[in-house]
Design a protein around this ligand. Structure first.
Ligand SMILES: NC(=O)c1ccc[n+]([C@@H]2O[C@H](COP(=O)([O-])OP(=O)(O)OC[C@H]3O[C@@H](n4cnc5c(N)ncnc54)[C@H](OP(=O)(O)O)[C@@H]3O)[C@@H](O)[C@H]2O)c1
Length: 289
């Protein structure tokens, strides 16, 4: 029986990965820092308490583990935390790591999170542990960051220059992770995960309007007009810089390419923006409605 250790299990993608693995009757162990919060979020799952910053806890968590899903929050410690797990997994003789990375991951990237992913990918390759790298495009769930503005003002703002984005649903990212964790033939592969189509933010506004039954305007911001919004949002500096860079890539057409990897691996079509909007309509609707 293959035992799978899921890191980042309480995260947005990780919680879906746990759910998908359980649906496939896989043997799952979740590495968590706070078992009470994790149990509330994940339900009845085998939990092992540990921290990616504590190598001894990783050695304990990896006992008897065959495969690892690797994801940690973005931030300046990301490379240290994820490479610690790679080293521990290599030492424990794990036979496959599935790493959640990102499209445009590159150790030379000017965008902090893409640079960190690139550095972790390079470390993973050097480790010799057979690896699967998942590089999703822009998550549809990023739209939830501006859901309040859509709900209260009926306005969606972004600096996209009208360029389309092949945004992906995190449920599909998790479904791909679950397939690559439970079946063979994926080692040494890098998958680029997108939705079924590249959509403009005007099309996103139309999808949100259809799902909520309320008019939504899309206002395209210039780079200059958007900068204070990122810088003044109370985000850590690296995240404000990263988000501004992501929209720069979008304006350059860097997220317009659609791949067929989700459908090829999961056997079902990737979820589209309409499905996401319908599933999350409540978040884009005022509470008094
Ligand atoms: N947003 C996008 O458009 C996009 C696109 C492509 C790729 N991505 C990538 O997706 C990833 C984010 O995935 P996500 O949304 O599922 O993550 P998330 O919601 O940010 O969750 C992060 C997880 O990491 C865990 N964690 C953080 N520090 C830890 C530590 N020291 N030890 C153990 N666990 C730790 C957290 O556990 P706690 O509950 O204990 O905090 C949590 O489970 C990022 O790497 C991002 O670059 C994002």
């Amino acid at each position: 029986m293959t035992t799978i250790l899921v890191t980042g299990a309480t995260g947005n993608v990780g919680a879906h990965v746990v759910r998908e693995l359980r649906a496939r009757a896989a043997t799952v162990r979740a590495l968590v820092r706070d078992p009470r919060a994790a149990a509330a979020r994940l339900g009845d799952v085998d939990l092992v308490v540990g921290d990616l910053g504590d190598p001894a806890s990783l050695r304990r968590a990896l006992a008897g583990v065959d495969r690892v899903y690797l994801s940690a929050a973005d931030g300046p410690r990301k490379v240290a935390l994820e490479t610690a797990m790679i080293d521990a997994a290599a030492e424990a003789g794990v036979d496959q790591i599935v790493k959640l990375s990102a499209m445009h991951a590159d150790p030379a990237s000017r965008l902090p999170a893409f640079r960190w992913h690139g550095e972790v990918e390079a470390h993973l390759e050097r480790s010799g542990v057979p690896a699967v790298v998942l590089r999703p495009a822009f998550f549809m769930t990023n739209l939830l960051m501006v859901a309040e503005g859509v709900a209260h003002a009926g306005t969606l703002y972004a600096p996209t220059a009208g360029r389309p984005v092949a945004m992906v649903d995190i449920a599909d990212v998790a479904a791909v992770a679950a397939v690559t964790l439970t079946t063979d033939g994926h080692a040494k592969r890098t998958y680029e995960l997108t939705g079924p189509a590249a959509v403009t933010f005007s099309e996103v506004a139309v999808a949100l309007a259809a799902a909520t039954g309320r008019w939504v305007d899309y206002i395209d911001l210039t780079e200059e007009a958007a900068r204070p919004r990122f810088e003044g949002a109370g985000l850590p500096d690296w995240l404000a810089e990263h988000l501004a860079g992501v929209f720069g890539l979008i304006r350059d057409g860097g997220f317009a390419r659609v791949t067929g990897d989700v459908a090829a691996i999961t056997g079902h079509p990737a979820r589209g923006i309409g499905e996401f909007a319908r599933a999350n309509a409540a978040a884009f609707t005022p509470a008094d409605r």
